[in-house]
Write a protein that binds this ligand. Structure first.
Ligand code: HEM
Length: 208
């Protein structure tokens, strides 16, 4: 019982926290996207003072930027490793039975054969498409795929979206005195969860 609960706590907290940090990092480095997302949420929510779960469904651009962030910065870049059940051949490579396989979701998200200008943070690439991270589109698998896909996906997505929408709605974000946007790096610490190597420091200015 303890192990199961630990599993849920670890899998469900680190990943959401890392995703939030990567999203704010990406937005600070892409002020155009930040402004567009803030305009969307502030127009929708108006004077209500907070964003709730019903509002989230209407935030099309913010949802696209969450996808774009997960494409470039998947919280668990190598998913959870698999073991082959039988021998197989992939692209001419003979894979023996019981081979441990890492699926590199991070590299898949940057594959130029699947994505145009893969290094660019461009949420617009998802608008008007049905590409999603629910395990059906193998070029976007930040939650994995198949029978071991993340069971907390829906909770994880709504947690990220709700927190992010409120951060974008309530505050304008600036760099601390003496720091420039160019100082923000995207170096990652190695680990099961990909976290930012250097902490992200931002100044929140009250908007409402
Ligand atoms: C943004 C948030 C999250 C991300 C990016 C994420 C990502 C992932 C990934 C990539 C896997 C491995 C899937 C695979 O190998 O195919 C996984 C597994 C798992 N996740 Fe999440 N996750 C998130 C949130 C959560 C939440 C909120 C919970 C629970 C409350 C959770 C619980 C789990 C558990 C228990 C597993 C292991 C499943 C298994 O081994 O069968 N995750 N997650």
């Amino acid at each position: 019982m303890k192990a199961v609960l630990m599993n849920i706590f670890i899998a469900g907290t680190d990943t959401v926290a890392a995703t939030m940090v990567w999203t704010m990092t990406a937005l600070m480095k892409n002020p155009r996207v930040m402004k567009k997302a803030q305009k969307e949420v502030r127009t929708l929510v108006g004077e209500k003072c907070f964003v709730d779960e019903d509002d989230i469904q209407k935030l099309t651009y913010m949802k696209a930027l969450v996808k774009e962030n997960m494409r470039l910065y998947p919280a668990a870049p190598l998913l959870i490793l698999r073991e082959t059940l039988q021998k197989c051949n992939i692209d001419g490579y003979e894979i023996p039975i019981k081979t441990l396989v890492f699926v590199n979701a991070w590299a898949i998200g940057k594959d130029p054969e699947s994505w145009e200008n893969p290094e660019e943070f461009m949420p617009e690439r998802f608008l008007g498409t049905c590409i999603d991270f629910k395990g059906q589109d193998y070029k976007l698998i930040p939650f994995g795929a198949g029978r071991r896909i993340c069971p907390g996906m829906n909770l994880g997505v709504v947690t990220v979206e709700l927190a992010l929408a409120n951060l974008l709605y309530s505050f304008d974000w600036e760099m601390p005195v003496g720091m420039k946007m160019e100082d923000i790096d995207t170096d990652a610490k190695p680990g099961l969860t990909m976290t930012k190597k250097n902490d992200l420091y931002l100044v929140a200015r009250n908007y409402i």
